[in-house]
Design a protein around this ligand. Structure first.
Ligand code: 6PG
Length: 231
């Protein structure tokens, strides 16, 4: 676990964008593709903007990159709470990535059906081999949740399925059902990077790093790197 602390989200996002470019170039050289799982929420907005700008976009061979999501709210793709919509506006609409390389979670489907459908999409992509994503980006909630794995829920015990539907969280907005990758799927990834900012989250992260945050779902992510912005 590496902890990279930054003064602000701009510096954190620039550094993580550089790391994504390096990881993508290495994965494409080795395996002819790079599978990147995008985080939801608002923290990655600047990062996604950066990845759409020539400085980074020109280093990324989008024809060999596949984009997935770590979680999605069960809303229409044009709903303001959609994680896909945020990525579409900040990144997808500005890069020359083949449509077939964009793998959104079907938030508009009945949640259980959406989870099954996305699991099939992942299994198809990995063609029957273990689904090992090259890199997973994660956000952190102030309650220690990550993706849509919320504290004290049975989702944290899911060991079979790759993707599950979870009920609307009572303490976090938006209060809608969500689809989320499960912990084993996240922990199988080659690289896992958290991107978070703000004092409230720093207290959660400190407890996790000190091995005190067992109640936080984010503490169950194995060997992630942390990109932390002071504000
Ligand atoms: C979601 C996210 C969630 C998010 C955290 C942090 O769908 O809400 O995936 O896990 O990453 O809640 O959200 P912010 O970046 O907006 O603080």
């Amino acid at each position: 676990m590496n902890i990279f602390a930054f003064e602000n989200m701009e510096e954190a996002s620039q550094t993580l964008a550089r790391r994504i470019c390096v990881a993508a170039q290495r994965a494409i050289a080795e395996n002819n593709h790079f599978s990147l799982v995008l985080a939801g929420g608002s923290s990655p907005r600047r990062l996604y903007h950066l990845l759409s700008e020539p400085t980074y976009a020109d280093q990324l061979d989008w024809h060999h990159i596949h984009l997935f999501w770590g979680d999605e709210r069960c809303v229409a793709v044009d709903h303001p709470d959609s994680n896909f919509l945020m990525a579409k506006e900040t990144l997808l609409d500005k890069i020359a990535i083949p449509a077939a390389h964009i793998h959104p979670m079907p938030g508009e489907m009945r949640p259980e059906d959406g989870a099954r459908s996305y699991q099939q999409d992942i299994e198809l992509f990995f063609a029957g081999t273990a689904p090992v994503f090259d890199m997973i980006l994660l956000g952190l909630g102030s309650d220690g949740h990550t993706a849509s794995l919320f504290p004290g829920t049975t989702s944290l015990q899911e060991n079979e399925r790759l993707v599950i539907a979870v009920p609307a969280p009572l303490t976090m907005s938006p209060q809608v059902p969500r689809l989320t990758l499960t912990l084993p799927t996240i922990n199988r990834a080659k690289e896992i990077c958290f991107l978070a900012s703000g004092e409230k989250k720093h207290a959660v992260i400190r407890r996790i790093i000190e091995g005190q945050g067992q109640e936080y779902p984010a503490s169950l992510v194995v060997n992630p790197d942390w990109y932390l912005a002071a504000h």
